[in-house]
Design a protein around this ligand. Sequence first.
Ligand code: ADP
Length: 348
Amino acid sequence: MGSIKLEAVEKWYGNAQVIKGVDLEIRDGEFIVFVGPSGCGKSTLLRMIGGLEDISRGVLRIDGRDATAEPPSKRGLAMVFQSYALYPHMSVRDNVGFSLKTSGVPKEEIARKVDAAAEVLKLGPYMDRRPKDLSGGQRQRVAIGRCIVRDPTAFLFDEPLSNLDAALRVEMRYEIAKLHQSLKSTMIYVTHDQVEAMTLADRIVVLEFGKIAQVGTPRELYERPANLFVAQFIGSPKMNILPCSTSGASYTLDGGRGGSFGGSAPAVHLGIRPEHIALVEAGQGQCDGTVDVVEYLGADSYLVIDCGSLGKLTQRSSGDVDLGPGNRVGLAFDESRLSFFGEDGLRV
Ligand code: ADP
């Protein structure tokens, strides 16, 4: 089992409150990602679950039992950090089996567990090497192997890929996803990289200043962000946010045209993703603008379009779009994909 529950959890450093009352229920086998900007409290929250930081207030439950004051060794959780902290003088095999050896596990059982972990992580060819003779990705796999042999209740990952180069990050991301598929263990993963969050998570927890801004599947967060913060944090390029006003069943863009509005309360911000804007003749669609920059990415091009008082909007076109700086265009929004937000920044 590996269910974890946080009840009104807070963290104070002296007078500074860095975790401000977090309630969260993590189901057995779920892959949960904590994401948010630097300093929002992701690592602190993870370390509180792991027992490396005290919980100032609130309750932590692991499989139903109150684990708030348990020492890390009693929690049955395994942590993987950004720095691998391998023993340099030991082989991969000894590194992976070390914690079992110090716990007095019989030799044959250690060998069996280490071989099983090596198989899952494809470490077989490197078992007799020392860490200095491995690549960064291989070292991180050894660090994960060290956790797997302990058969933990849950794995806690603290930015495990941030020391790797871009290509290796993509490869390790895939391997961690496969690892979760094969082990089916609960995993909690901290990252500031929203692509990692979107691709790995069953559910994402977006943190902002020590509070949960939203919890949901990647798709829920992308399609129905609960507030402006999540709308602009999840998705790359960001969701476009435009000033607007609403009246009854219609909305009007400030200095632009409008359309139909289905919200239940007045809205002052309209959100639209770059892929939900089509280019039309100037004078048609919701507003007009002038192409400022074309960012060519191969399959796609992102057009930055200056829409005057509405600001600069990003629009996704196909890679072979035949437009350049200075061209005047109309922008037509897919009205079924609009998000609206009120004065308080909350979705309406
Ligand atoms: P993140 O992982 O999201 O980047 P952290 O969890 O590391 O953020 O930090 C959250 C906040 O707590 C930050 O503002 C940080 O400065 C503060 N903080 C972390 N550790 C301490 C500490 N030992 N004393 C005081 N403040 C701390």
